[in-house]
Design a protein around this ligand. Structure first.
Ligand code: ADP
Ligand code: MG
Length: 346
């Protein structure tokens, strides 16, 4: 408590508040760690969480790994190997990350362990960090690649800890993130485990169909209808690709409408609404289809990455994107004989 005077916050308070901007819940830890693994050229990424991720998140990859001094730098604030300066950013980044915030932020609000070995190195390194301070760093025997373990998230920010939801709810968020990266990376193997039970595992040798099968199971995979990439409606989309489900294969939540824009997994409620509208009243009340939809748009017509946590994407011409998506999905359903032409819009 204070006496109402304006005063400067101490450094550790500042850091914990800042960390909360990047890490909101276990799912955001999973997002950051998986993106790092994918950026590190991993072909296999294993995600294991305990109690919805509240007690532990572990992500293991077979990527390029880090040397001893690299891992020490990596947990510092604002350190990245992905861009040099703002010009690189303006020129467009290929990597999923570039802010250099994630490991430092996660380390500030958890107990963090990193075991890593660089490709070609003869030994690995283990680093432990607690509440933002490096506790130990020592040589360790480990395979090439990186394992990041995040235990007791928000143990030192009780207000945030308390705000976390029940295990199943937190796990739902984790699962959606993992599913998104699995679906958009059929050429990499992703495995998700919750409390020692495997939830899904993709082979990494598949196409979209086999990945949908691995993630959602046979019933859903068999109900999927491919989109025909030909764009009838004029608009900013360069291409649209993916699958949507039969109108009777639905769930009570819209979360399994997964949208990717230029390869990035994003939240795009406008696109989701357009997909649902395309079913034109064929869906039961409050039921949503499965959809995995990839959009390609000129990069200057979207704003992808304004805030680390804001996955909601903005299109310069949202109305037209909506029309293009709706028409394409409608045509696919029509083609499959599932929606009558001229059916009333829902
Ligand atoms: P960013 O991803 O924005 O660069 P992070 O804080 O997430 O920032 O990571 C900092 C740096 O640590 C990365 O730029 C990368 O060099 C290194 N790093 C993080 N995770 C891994 C990993 N799984 N494999 C190899 N290097 C990694
Ligand atoms: Mg990162």
């Amino acid at each position: 408590m204070t006496d109402g005077e304006i005063h400067r916050l101490d450094q550790s308070t500042i850091e914990r508040i800042a960390a909360g901007e990047v890490v909101e819940r276990p799912a955001s830890v999973v997002k950051e760690l998986v993106e790092n693994s994918l950026d590190a050229d991993a072909s296999r990424v294993r995600i294991a969480v305990e109690r919805g991720g509240k007690d532990g998140v572990r992500v293991t990859d077979d990527g390029i790994g880090m040397g001893e001094s690299a891992v020490e730098t990596a947990v510092e604030k604002h350190t990245t190997s992905k861009i040099g300066d703002i010009e690189d950013l303006e020129a467009g980044v290929e990597s999923l990350g570039f802010r250099g915030e994630a490991l430092a932020a996660i380390g500030a609000v958890s107990r963090l362990t990193i075991r890593t070995k660089a490709r070609g190195a003869d030994r690995g390194t283990e680093l432990t960090m607690v509440g933002g301070e490096i506790e130990s760093i020592a040589p360790a025997g480990c395979p090439v690649g990186t394992t990041v373990e995040v235990d007791d998230l928000f143990y030192n920010v009780p207000a945030r800890r308390k705000y976390l939801k029940q295990d199943q709810t937190e796990f739902g968020h984790v699962s959606r993130v993992a599913t998104g990266y699995a679906l958009s990376n059929p050429d990499r193997s992703l495995t998700l485990t919750h409390d020692d039970t495997e939830v899904f595992s993709t082979t990494g040798q598949g196409n979209l169909e086999s990945t949908v099968l691995a993630v959602y199971g046979r019933e859903v995979a068999e109900a999927m209808i491919p989109l025909d990439g030909d764009l009838d409606a004029e608009g900013p989309l360069d291409a649209i690709d993916g699958v949507v489900s039969h109108p009777e294969t639905t769930r009570a939540s819209p979360q399994q409408c997964t949208v990717f824009v230029n390869g990035r997994y994003v939240r795009a409620s406008a696109v989701r609404d357009a997909i649902v509208d395309a079913y034109g009243g064929q869906l039961a009340t409050d039921r949503y289809p499965f959809a995995v939809v990839f959009l390609s748009v000129p990069s200057n017509t979207v704003d992808v990455n304004v805030h680390p946590r804001k996955q909601e994407i903005r299109f310069a011409d949202e109305e037209t994107v909506r029309d293009q998506v709706e028409t394409t999905v409608e045509n696919a359903l029509l083609e499959a004989g599932l929606v009558r032409s001229g059916a009333p819009r829902g």
